[in-house]
Every structure is written in structure tokens, then in C-alpha cells.
Design a protein around this ligand. Structure first.
Ligand code: ADP
Length: 632
């Protein structure tokens, strides 16, 4: 062996030592423990099946190192002969010869008897941890040292008390039981208790009746009878039964309420009773077994007595027999309550309700949003309407102010025809007085009078139009005609100020759609401003030119003067309200003009002319409509 090989050999040995040490220290690799569960009956009987499940679950959960569980079901009530027990003993002894059993758990009295009698032979060295066994079934002082367990405190009298309490007029009490060894043990215990607790009550014991006979009897019980059912593994002919099934058949057939002592029968038609619960015992017994497996000697664990009984009832049977829940003793447990739709479909209902709520909230939110949108739309419309009204009122005020300014010129204009009318009327009178009136002259005079009257009427009519509140109906208007009309209105005023007015009108006349009174107001305002601006212009140079132009897609009206012009930085501000350079001015005219033009979807601006003075340019969208022109 060379050096290398030797080194490898050493290191292998070292690893082996470490692994061995680890293996001893690891609980997972500890020696496997073995437990035998020993049942007097078959484990497929419902009561034993649940008990078995609880035993196995508790043992497995409590032994992390692992435990091997064996199960022996002896079927003693179906194979009652001693021969069967001898065979069983021999069989189990041979079967487990090679297995070292640590703990045997006999379940119920007959199994414990068997284990005590033959345990040492079958499972040498094993401890016995019993389960579900009544103190009355063994003498605790005689228990060998390797035995401990859970003592079941079976009580029978409280169930009788319950039955009598819930059925006050009871005259007959029947106790039903099978006749297997186990059945009889329980009946004897019950009999002793009943005699002690209720010596006055006569109890009719029906032990080991074959089921058909029993059912026949039960179907025709006299009134005011209650039935107590213990267990029934076999009838007196030796016929085996499943005690659970018997409980259900009895409860189903009997015309009297049936009470029992083990809660495992509940649910098949039994009303209830003061019942003991074997599951609790199974769990307790498994715990004791685990202690023994962990190394505590059984002699150091005294048997534990567990009272695991309670007043338990089947809600459906309480209803069937008309028993009011209030009559039940305090602390009674009521099972199989018919759960209403709420309990049954709680999750579904909650989800559905949640969805409904969500949907409702969504709908509400949408409705609210719609309402607030509507509100803001309405508010917008209202504020637009308010703006329109304000604009109309302002425009009206502006017109009234303009008519005020024009009043002297208007009075003058009306005065002229009136003076002419007067002169003509006087001439006509003179002609009549001179008795030689020529009808031709008189006619001419009267025609003059009518013409002057018309002239005065027109002036008054125009002034009234301007002072009238509210605009006219929007219509298609000829821009050229509006210019002519406004110039006519301002004619006298312009003459008074020595202003020469000229027009450059585009042909064909451009048309716009709008309010005649308002648009004429704008023109008149611009013309009067122009006239005002030319006060300082030397006489003879005061020129006003009103033009109408088609400029691209817009109709333009330009009002040009030879006045003072506008300071370049004021070209925009002049349109703001209360901007004025006049001592008696309000500074509202141009702002009213801009708002009227904007309402007609147009624009207005001011510019200075190279040859002096200012020009105001109005742009309006043209209309191609062919409706009535400027009809009002
Ligand atoms: P007001 O005529 O009451 O002053 P406006 O809004 O009509 O109010 O005019 C505002 C100001 O704009 C006038 O005071 C004037 O200074 C200036 N303005 C208006 N038109 C002209 C013009 N054609 N030439 C020079 N300045 C003008």
C-alpha cells in the first residue's frame, strides 16, 4: 500500500466514524418502534373506525422517529367460542415472534381482557396501554406493572334523567341491548346505575331480541314511552349486528323517541342523550403510548380517568318530537342544525352581494358623474345665456348712449321736415283763403307735406330701433345696405362736424348672417368715434371712408378716418372696457363692438393709416344663403 492509498484508507475510516456518530445522533435513524392496536371487533364498524383513525393520527404525529403500527381486529362478537380465542392467541404469538412490539393498545373491555390474559406470550416485553375501558370492567389494584391506560367513565343514569325530563308524562322506559359479552357488560352497568338513581322507574329490558322482532315491537309501542339504546353486537341467536346500523333502524321504526349513551350513534335518528365520546379517549391513549415509547415505564404512568361526556342532541330529532330547545339543560350541544340558505350559501351570497354592491356603486358613480356633467353643462349654458343677456344689455346701453349723443342731430333732422311741413301748411292755408287755389299747386304742397312727414317718421323710426331693447331676429343681411343706413342716420351729425363721408362698396354686396340692429350699432359707433377723432383735424380734411371688401374668406368692413390716430400701444387696449381719452366718454363703445362681432364669429381690430388717422377693420364670415335680405 503506497502512501496515497493509506491516506485514502484513513480518510474513509474517519468519514465512517462521522457518519456513524451522525446516525446515532439523528432521531430519524433511531430504532423503529412498533405498536399493535388490538380491537375486540372489526375496525370497519363505524365507531371503531373513527377511534382507530384518531389513534393512528395521534401516534404518527407524536413520533418523529417513525412508528410502525399493526392492527388486529378480533371480531369477538361474531366468533364468541373460546376455541376462537385460543386460535387467535396462537396465531398472534406466531405472527409477531420476529417483531419486538413496544406497546399494545387494546381497545374496549374484551380486548383488554384478551391482552391481559395472553399479552406476555404474544408480545413479550410489550407495555399495555388500554383505551375505552370502564373502571367497572377491571380491578385497578390488580393491574400488572406493564399496564396503564385511559379509563372511560361510562355513565348511564344521566341519559335516563334527560329522557324523563324532556318527556314529562313518560310511563314506559325500554332499554334495548344486544346479548354479546360486551353488550351485557354495559347493560349490567346501566341497570346498577338506574336502580340507584331512579328506583321508582320500572325499566323494561329487551336484551338480545332478534332485530325483526325488536322492530315489530318498537313500531307499536304504547304512548308515553321512551327508548334507551345501548349496544347490539349480537342477538340472542348469535346473529351479529353493526351497533350503528341497529341504532338507525331502531330510531327509524320506533314510534317513540330513542336515546343513547355513545355520541357516535347520533345522526342516524337518535334524539340524543348524555353521551360519551370515544375519540377523546383514543387521543389520550395514544399520548400515553407515546410516553411509553419515549422511555417512561408504564408503572410510572397511573391510569388516567377521563369523563368525556356531554348532553348532545340532534336538532332534527328535537323538531320531530316537538322538544323545545329551551327545555334542554344548560350547556347542551345541538348538532345537525338545519342550516338556512345564509349558512349554506354564505360565501356565494357574500360574493354576489359584493358584486351587486360594486355594480351599484359603479352605477351610482356613473349617475353622479352624469348628473354633475349635466349640471356643469347647464351651468355653462346658463352662464352663456347670462353672458348673452349681459352683452345684449350692454349693447342696448351703448345704443341708448349713442342716441343720446345723436339727439341734437336727430332733433335737427326731424326739425327740418317739420319746419318744411309748417311752411307748406301755411302756404296751403293762404292759397285756400285767397279763394283761388289751383288744385295743381295744392296737390304739390300736400305731396311735399307727406314727403317731409315720411322723412321725419323714418328718422324717428331709426332712433326708436336703436333705443329698443333687445336685438332683432338674426337674418341674412347686405353689408352695403347696412353701411348706407348707418351713414344716413349719422348724416346730420357728420355734417355738423364738417366731416365728409365716402363709401367704397364692394359689388356684388357681401352678405352676412346676423342681428341688423347690433351690427349697425357697431358701424355707428365706429363712425361716431371717427367723427370725434377728427375734431382737431383741420376743416376740409375731415374725411370718413367706409368700405366693404371681400378679403379671402371674410367680409371686411373698414371705417377709415383722418383723425388723431391711436397710440401704437393702445391699438389693443382701446377695446377694453372703460378705456377712454374723452372727458365725457364711458370707454365702453369699442368693448361692446368687439363682443357683438365675436358673437357673430368675427373679429375687429384697429390700425393706423400711413396718411394719418385710424382704420377699424371688421371681419365677418360671409353667408351664401339666399334668404330675404335686411327685411326689417
Ligand atoms: P369712448 O368713445 O367712450 O371713449 P370707445 O370704447 O368707443 O369709448 O373708445 C375708446 C377710446 O378709443 C377712445 O376714447 C379713443 O381714445 C380711442 N378711439 C376710438 N376710436 C378712435 C379713432 N377712430 N381714432 C382715434 N382714437 C380712437
Amino acid at each position: 500500500m503506497n502512501v496515497h492509498a493509506r491516506r485514502r484508507g484513513y480518510s474513509h475510516a474517519a468519514w465512517l466514524a462521522v457518519l456513524l456518530a451522525l446516525g446515532l445522533a439523528t432521531p430519524g435513524l433511531a430504532q423503529m418502534r412498533r405498536v399493535v392496536l388490538l380491537y375486540d371487533e372489526r375496525t370497519d364498524l363505524p365507531g371503531l373506525a373513527t377511534l382507530d383513525a384518531r389513534l393512528v393520527a395521534t401516534l404518527t404525529a407524536g413520533s418523529p422517529g417513525g412508528v410502525e403500527i399493526y392492527r388486529e381486529a378480533m371480531d369477538l362478537s361474531r366468533f364468541a367460542a373460546d376455541r376462537h380465542r385460543v386460535l387467535l392467541r396462537n396465531y398472534l404469538r406466531a405472527k409477531y415472534a420476529d417483531k419486538r412490539i413496544d406497546v399494545v393498545i387494546p381497545v374496549l373491555g374484551p380486548a383488554l381482557d384478551f391482552a391481559l390474559a395472553h399479552g406476555r406470550e404474544m408480545f413479550p416485553g410489550a407495555a399495555i396501554v388500554f383505551c375505552g375501558i370502564d373502571r367497572r370492567e377491571f380491578d385497578a389494584r390488580r393491574l400488572p406493572a406493564n399496564v396503564t391506560g385511559v379509563i372511560l367513565k361510562r355513565v348511564f343514569a344521566p341519559t335516563l334523567e334527560l329522557a324523563l325530563r324532556l318527556h314529562p308524562g313518560t310511563e314506559h322506559v325500554l332499554l334495548i341491548s344486544g346479548s354479546s359479552e360486551f353488550d351485557r357488560r354495559l347493560v349490567e352497568a346501566a341497570r346498577v346505575e338506574f336502580r340507584a338513581a331512579r328506583p321508582e322507574v320500572t325499566i323494561d329490558y329487551r336484551i338480545g331480541l332478534p332485530l325483526p322482532d325488536l322492530l315489530e315491537t318498537l313500531a307499536r309501542l304504547p304512548p308515553r314511552t321512551v327508548v334507551l339504546y345501548s349496544t347490539m353486537f349480537t342477538d340472542r341467536t348469535g346473529r351479529p349486528y353493526v351497533p350503528h346500523e341497529v341504532a338507525a333502524r331502531i330510531a327509524d321504526t320506533a314510534n317513540a323517541p330513542v336515546y343513547a349513551f355513545v355520541d357516535q350513534y347520533l345522526g342516524g335518528g337518535i334524539v340524543g342523550g348524555h353521551m360519551y365520546n370515544l375519540d377523546v379517549h383514543a387521543e389520550e391513549a395514544a399520548r400515553l403510548a407515546l410516553q411509553v415509547l419515549a422511555g417512561t415505564p408504564p408503572s410510572a404512568i397511573p391510569p388516567v380517568e377521563r369523563l368525556a361526556s356531554a348532553d348532545v342532541f340532534d336538532w332534527r330529532q328535537l323538531r320531530r318530537w316537538g322538544i323545545d330547545e329551551h327545555q334542554l339543560p344548560a350547556g347542551a350541544v345541538v348538532r345537525f342544525r338545519d342550516i338556512g340558505p345564509w349558512e349554506r350559501y354564505r360565501t356565494t351570497i357574500l360574493i354576489a352581494a359584493g358584486l351587486l354592491l360594486l355594480q351599484s356603486a359603479l352605477i351610482a358613480a356613473l349617475l353622479l358623474e352624469r348628473r354633475s356633467r349635466r349640471r356643469s353643462q347647464m351651468a355653462l349654458q346658463q352662464s352663456e345665456a347670462r353672458v348673452n343677456v349681459q352683452r345684449a344689455e350692454l349693447a342696448h346701453l351703448g345704443r341708448v348712449a349713442m342716441v343720446g349723443e345723436l339727439s341734437a342731430a336727430l332733433a335737427h333732422e326731424i326739425n327740418q321736415p317739420l319746419t318744411a311741413i309748417l311752411a307748406n301748411a301755411r302756404a296751403a292755408l293762404r292759397l285756400i283763403k285767397s279763394d283761388g287755389p289751383g288744385s295743381v299747386e295744392l296737390r304739390a304742397i300736400l305731396e311735399d307735406i307727406a314727403a317731409d312727414d315720411l322723412r321725419a317718421g323714418t328718422v324717428v323710426h331709426r332712433a326708436r330701433d336703436l333705443v329698443k331693447k333687445g336685438g332683432s331676429e338674426p337674418r341674412i343681411l347686405s353689408v352695403n345696405e347696412m353701411v348706407a343706413e348707418v351713414l344716413e342716420l349719422a348724416r346730420t351729425d357728420l355734417q355738423d362736424h364738417g366731416v365728409v363721408a365716402r363709401t367704397r362698396l364692394c359689388s356684388p354686396a357681401p352678405r352676412v348672417f346676423g342681428d341688423r340692429v347690433q351690427l349697425e350699432q357697431v358701424l355707428l359707433n365706429l363712425i361716431m368715434n371717427a367723427s370725434d377723432a377728427m375734431r382737431e383735424t383741420p376743416a376740409g380734411q375731415r374725411l370718413l371712408i367706409v368700405s366693404t371688401v371681400m378679403h379671402g374668406d371674410a367680409v371686411r368692413i373698414e371705417v377709415e378716418d383722418r383723425g388723431s390716430g391711436i397710440a401704437p400701444d393702445a391699438l389693443e387696449t382701446v377695446f377694453e372696457p372703460f378705456v377712454t381719452t374723452k372727458g365725457d366718454g364711458l370707454g365702453l363703445g369699442l368693448s361692446i363692438c368687439r363682443s357683438i362681432i365675436s358673437a357673430h364669429h368675427g373679429s375687429i381690430r384697429a390700425q393706423n393709416n400711413s396718411e394719418g388717422g385710424a382704420t377699424f377693420v371688421i371681419s365677418l364670415p360671409p353667408t351664401t344663403g339666399t334668404g330675404p335680405l335686411n327685411a326689417s
